[in-house]
Write a protein that binds this ligand. Sequence first.
Ligand code: ADP
Ligand code: MG
Length: 255
Amino acid sequence: MKPFLSFENVSFAYHNLKGETQAIQNLSFQIEEGEFVAIVGPSGCGKSTLLSLISGLFEPEEGSIIFRTENSRPTVGYMLQRDHLFPWRTIWSNCMLGLEIQHSKTKDKIAYAEYLMKEYNLWEVRNKKPNELSGGMRQRAALIRTLVLNPDLFLLDEPFSALDFQTRIEVSEDIAIIIRNSVKTVVLITHDIQEAISLSDRVIVLSNRPAKVVREIPIKLTCTDKSVLATRTAPEFNDYFNLIWEDLKGKEETT
Ligand code: ADP
Ligand code: MG
């Protein structure tokens, strides 16, 4: 069967008055349906650009992006670093926003939103405003707002990087569970190597800008407890970590 998504020699540059920034050059990789793929790379290497290409915001200048559903793009859910909840709307009405925009607020979808909010402990706070909630709860609300749209593909762009360390571990744990239960195919962008190893089935390591694939590592952890903290003590964890660390060492963009 064809892969869910395939980048074939994709290049993309930003053009503006100051000149040209080649963000991605000759990038090829594939994602299978049902995979949870983490993409790591130095900051500024082109990771967010890559997600914009997947979601169709930008078109490749060279090469092509091929989806298994040839004539239509999969529907895409996005989760970003900031939760982008509207402060004047309640948590419930924030979660309804996507459905309202899509004019698809059906009984079934409302029932699904209710189910998700109950399942993930937001039901009790549904009439509160975002600023009355903790950062972790707000991220969950932002996630549910996207999940009710039932996307085929979920894209996360460094969604935990604004959180402090402890919240980050808790939230990434929560969110990974919710996503694994609700969405099939996931692409997580992160520059946290540990997060990538703990959460994903496969890590794609990118080079400095323009981004190319340096390494692809299928993650197979032998621990039975798959929680974020437990995976970090799995015997294979350090080998994966060191491999990726060596690839990324000294590669942050300095400009
Ligand atoms: P990452 O997400 O890996 O940090 P980005 O994909 O955001 O990197 O950006 C890749 C490169 O393209 C960076 O050098 C960045 O400065 C540049 N870039 C990003 N967006 C624009 C834009 N709208 N116009 C010009 N250059 C941009
Ligand atoms: Mg980025």
